[in-house]
Every structure is written in structure tokens, then in C-alpha cells.
Write a protein that binds this ligand. Structure first.
Ligand code: SAH
Length: 395
């Protein structure tokens, strides 16, 4: 097995079990390991640190599979890791028929670059690391066997693939799925997931618990759901008896499916307003029109994928949160989220506090949001905590 020798002092993050080796930390590479090949990561003093998948192209030159020298990285290794991850979800969430669950959450499940989501009886996987790609057949076979899915679909089309030097791959891997749509049930609400074209693997499963929580706050209120995508917050608000819900997204396709979701769930369409617009512009327009709401939801896309883009993103978050505070009636609630890996929970709170101040509102924080428990965060991998949210109440 090839050896990757680190520069002096660069073993520290690995000793804390952080699973990435950056190219700048490497002193030398013995031989020329191929993309995805397993290598031994060794400290300058010769001490063994980890077994990892090597990637000569990426800034992240190696991603750790295991911390023990005698572990064999083979098909059995992947089967065992995948089985553990699936068991954890079954124990936490049960295996509700028609339910949708993230089965594998990358680094936090000890499987860097591998995501798998179950939508009812279909599993969608995404492989975005060279190591995952090399073990693709073993991973596919294990997912197929352990989930008993009717079909296994690949959505390896994330932006990060390019940075990893990997080709995009999408389509059915096992079984059949025509059309590539699946109906799921989430806390009593039905949704149609477009597995081929939907965002991520089709649906934002990380917001499951937050949608239920925020939905319960919507009873009897006028709600503004910004960045609504396929209307999941809208449906939960209506299920809980919202007085009205205005849903905004820049994607006409997403809004079409959102309307369909309201119909599918037998919810009152006359309480819905659908707005195809840029949220930044629309919030200004609503302010100028003097519109007021009792509950505003802001769930924007990732403004800052990396810390380097944080500053620009911070301005975006400040802008929409400031405008949202201005649209709230006294006693109104703001449920505001950030899924940017480059913005920490602490920074996000400061941004929202700054927005409230500049909006001239006295706001309290009455709750905090995180990704649902099927999106665990390894304590050694803080980058895993990408989704955070605040529930604020204005005076
Ligand atoms: N809340 C959703 C997920 C939101 S994903 C859910 O629970 O499922 C982010 C959404 O923002 C996407 O649907 C995308 O089309 C939309 N979007 C991105 N930029 C936008 C903009 N500037 N204005 C309006 N919508 C935008």
C-alpha cells in the first residue's frame, strides 16, 4: 500500500479524527497511487495515522476511511459501514412506509463523499469522492442488498464533482423506475419527489422536523414562505390551518409542483398565493406595498459553499432578514435558515441580530433549528453542521 507522509505538525487534525488531508499538509507521496486508491497516512515521525482514499486532483488529497492500521478496506468494509448507518436510522426514525430518510450522510457516517437517501421504496445515491467512486460496485451492491429497494438511482451530479476530477453520473443503477418520480409521506403530508431533476437527490430531507415545527406555528396566521421550492413548508402550514400562505420561488417548475402538492393533500387552494420572483426584489416590493405577515420563512439556497465566500453571503443573509423583520406584524415570527457550510451558527446569529437592529425591531430568539437526526454531525467534523436556523419573535 502506498504511503502519504505528512509535514511536521500537520498530523494534529487527524489525531483529532478530522477525516481530511489537504494537499498542503503532505510532505511526500510514495509511489503514484491512483485516484481513489487506499493509502496509509503517516506522520513525519513515522507514526501511522489513518487509511484513506487518495485523490491526486482535489485540494482534499485524502479522505479517511478508518483509523486502524489493520482494517481491510474492501467490499466487506463498505457493507458493514452502510449497514451501521441504516441501522442507526431505523432505530431513530423507524421504517415508516412511504417515508423518506437520509440513510448515509458522508463523512459523519464514516463514508466521505457518499450520500444515500431513501424515498419510499427507492434509494438515491450520490458519490462525490474519488474513493467512493473506486468502490462504486461494492457500495451499489450493499445498498441494493441492505435496503431491498425497488430501484437504485444515481445522482452524482453535484458541483463538487468537478473539484474532485470526477465525471457526472446519473440514472438508474439497479431495478426500474419510470417515470423517475416517487411519492413520499412526511409527517402526514404527501409529496412527489422528482428524483431525476429535483434539487440534491430530489427533496430537502434535512428540513423534515423544522417543517413540522414551523407548520404548527402557522395556525391562523398569514404566512410568507420564501424560497419555497416544491412547497413543503407551505403544505405543513396549511395542514395546520394557516389563514393564508404566500409562497415565493424563482423556479416556475418548483412552483408548479408546489401547487400540485397543495392539491394532492386536499388543502385549500384559495388560501394560497404563488409568486414567481426573486426573493430579494419581492421582499422590497412587499415592503413598499405595506404588506404584513405573522410568520415569515426564509430558507434560501447555499449562499456560501465555502468560508472564502462568507462575506458576500453574509450581506445576502443580512438583506433578506432585515426586509423580513420589516414585514412582520407585532408578535410575528421569523423562521430563518442558512445551509451555507461557510457560515457558522455563531456568525449566522450575529447576522440576524444585525438585521433586526437595522430593521429597528426588538426581536427575541425563541428557538434554534438544525438538520434532522438522520443528518448526523460527527463531533470530529464541524463542517458537517451546515444547516442552522433561528426562530425569532418580534415585539
Ligand atoms: N424550503 C424548501 C427548500 C428551499 S431550496 C423546502 O423545504 O423544500 C431553495 C429554493 O430557492 C430553490 O427552490 C430555488 O429555486 C430558490 N431560489 C434560489 N434563489 C432564489 C431567489 N433569488 N429568489 C427566489 N427563489 C430562489
Amino acid at each position: 500500500m502506498h504511503k502519504v507522509l505528512l509535514k511536521p505538525g500537520r498530523e494534529k487534525s487527524l489525531l483529532r479524527r478530522h477525516p481530511w488531508v489537504f494537499s498542503g499538509a503532505i510532505a511526500s507521496v510514495e509511489g503514484s497511487p491512483a485516484a481513489g486508491e487506499t493509502v496509509r497516512i503517516v506522520a513525519q515521525d513515522g507514526r501511522f495515522l489513518a487509511l484513506a482514499a487518495y485523490n491526486p486532483v482535489s485540494q482534499i488529497s485524502a479522505r479517511v476511511w478508518d483509523w486502524h492500521e489493520d482494517t481491510r478496506i474492501d467490499a466487506g468494509f463498505f457493507r458493514a459501514r452502510i449497514a451501521t448507518a441504516i441501522r442507526m436510522r431505523a432505530a431513530l426514525l423507524g421504517t415508516q412506509a412511504g417515508g423518506a430518510v437520509r440513510l448515509i450522510h458522508g463523512e459523519s457516517d464514516g463514508l466521505p463523499g457518499l450520500i444515500a437517501d431513501r424515498y419510499a421504496d427507492v434509494v438515491v445515491m450520490q458519490i462525490s469522492s474519488a474513493g467512493g467512486h473506486r468502490w462504486r460496485d461494492a457500495i451499489t451492491a450493499a445498498l441494493d442488498e441492505l435496503t431491498g429497494a425497488r430501484a437504485l438511482y444515481e445522482r452524482s451530479d453535484a458541483d463538487v464533482l468537478e473539484l474532485e476530477g470526477l465525471e457526472q453520473r446519473t440514472g438508474v443503477v439497479r431495478g426500474t423506475l419510470e417515470p423517475p418520480q416517487v411519492e413520499i409521506v412526511e409527517n402526514g403530508a404527501k409529496f412527489r419527489v422528482d428524483i431525476a431533476r429535483g434539487h440534491k437527490t430530489g427533496f430537502y430531507l434535512d428540513q423534515r422536523d423544522n417543517r413540522q415545527f414551523v407548520g404548527k406555528l402557522a395556525t391562523g396566521r398569514d404566512v410568507l414562505n420564501c424560497f419555497c421550492y416544491t412547497g413543503a413548508f407551505t403544505v405543513h402550514a396549511l395542514l395546520n390551518g394557516a389563514k393564508s400562505v404566500a409562497s415565493v420561488d424563482s423556479s416556475a417548475d418548483a412552483l408548479l409542483l408546489a401547487r400540485e402538492h397543495v392539491r394532492m393533500n386536499g388543502l385549500p387552494e384559495d388560501r394560497c398565493e404563488w409568486i414567481e420572483a426573486d426573493v430579494f426584489q419581492l421582499l422590497r416590493k412587499l415592503r413598499d406595498q405595506g404588506r404584513q405577515f405573522d410568520l415569515v420563512i426564509l430558507d434560501p439556497p447555499k449562499f456560501a459553499p465555502t468560508p472564502a465566500t462568507a462575506e458576500r453571503a453574509a450581506r445576502g443573509y443580512k438583506d433578506i432578514n432585515l426586509l423580513a423583520f420589516k414585514l412582520l406584524r407585532p408578535g410575528g415570527l421569523l423562521a430563518t435558515f442558512s445551509c451555507s457550510g461557510g457560515i457558522s451558527a455563531d456568525l449566522f446569529r450575529k447576522i440576524v441580530a444585525g438585521a433586526a437592529l437595522d430593521a429597528g425591531t426588538d426581536a427575541q430568539m425563541i428557538g434554534q433549528f438544525h438538520a434532522a437526526p438522520d443528518h448526523p454531525v460527527s463531533l470530529a467534523f464541524p463542517e458537517g453542521e451546515y444547516l442552522k436556523g433561528l426562530l425569532c419573535r418580534v415585539g
